[in-house]
Design a protein around this ligand. Structure first.
Ligand code: MG
Length: 245
């Protein structure tokens, strides 16, 4: 059975949170080109903000300018590599920016096919028929221990090492993203977010607040508001993308 053509609608929100002096998260998207990106920068006084905004710009640029016949996983790798080189080069030129880097999670849609690629602990989830599922795997020390069966989820959430990420864009001269491919169904909702959301809200609460029939922007704002109410200890960024017939 042929599926009806899908189109996509999106909403986004980013907030400094209640504890941090500035917002080092960055996001960007092009509904026309089917590209959505969230980055969470780290390092130095201004470094995090610079790293995340460079990475968003570079990834958007490489993906919007892509050859339509090029396979997306290859383009995604090129885009992350370009972003990595731009952040790394900038950090090498300025001692104040040394060591800066960023996480990255991105979604690319072409009709009903969806690709997700990520570096670090920013995540992509899918809400389908009211059920939330995490599509990405965190590149973080504790999550890798959980996957190896050496640590429980509960221990991971409380570990003093929970902030340590094992892959970042811009901290070394090369990085490779994970890339996943999915088939979207009408009504599927994809959430890209920084850890300022997922550290404050359990998945069950994200699922509940993301569901329903309210406009996408309202649901997105509600998530950010809930993370702030839960503590707002970090910057919070969400992009919500919905597949529609
Ligand atoms: Mg963060």
């Amino acid at each position: 059975m042929a599926t009806a053509a899908l189109h996509y609608a999106a909403a986004a929100a980013s907030d400094r949170g209640r504890k941090r002096a500035n917002n080092q998260d960055a996001f960007g998207f092009s509904i026309e080109h089917g590209i959505y990106v969230v980055c969470d920068g780290m390092g130095g006084a201004a470094g995090g903000e610079i790293a995340s905004s460079i990475a968003v710009d570079e990834v958007l640029q490489v993906l919007t300018a892509r050859d339509p016949s090029a396979p997306i996983p290859k383009v995604a790798e090129d885009a992350v590599c370009t972003a990595n080189n731009a952040v790394y080069a900038r950090s090498q030129r300025n001692a104040n920016l040394s060591g800066m880097g960023t996480t990255l999670v991105a979604l690319v849609v072409e009709q009903s096919t969806v690709w997700v690629f990520n570096v670090g602990d920013s995540r992509c989830y899918r809400l389908r028929n009211g059920k939330l599922e995490q599509l990405t795997l965190d590149h973080s020390l504790v999550e890798e221990q959980v996957r190896l069966g050496r640590m429980s989820k509960h221990e991971a959430q409380r570990s003093p090492l929970r902030n340590v990420i094992t892959r970042a864009v811009g901290t070394q001269n090369c990085v490779t993203p994970d890339c996943f491919q999915f088939e979207a169904q009408p009504g599927d909702l994809f959430l890209l977010c920084s850890d300022g959301l997922t550290r404050e809200l359990p998945d069950a609460e994200i699922q509940e607040r993301l569901g329903g029939d309210d406009p996408l922007q309202e649901r997105t704002d509600r998530l950010v508001e809930a993370a702030n109410k839960a503590g707002g200890r970090d910057n919070i960024t969400c992009i919500v993308v919905q597949a529609r017939v």
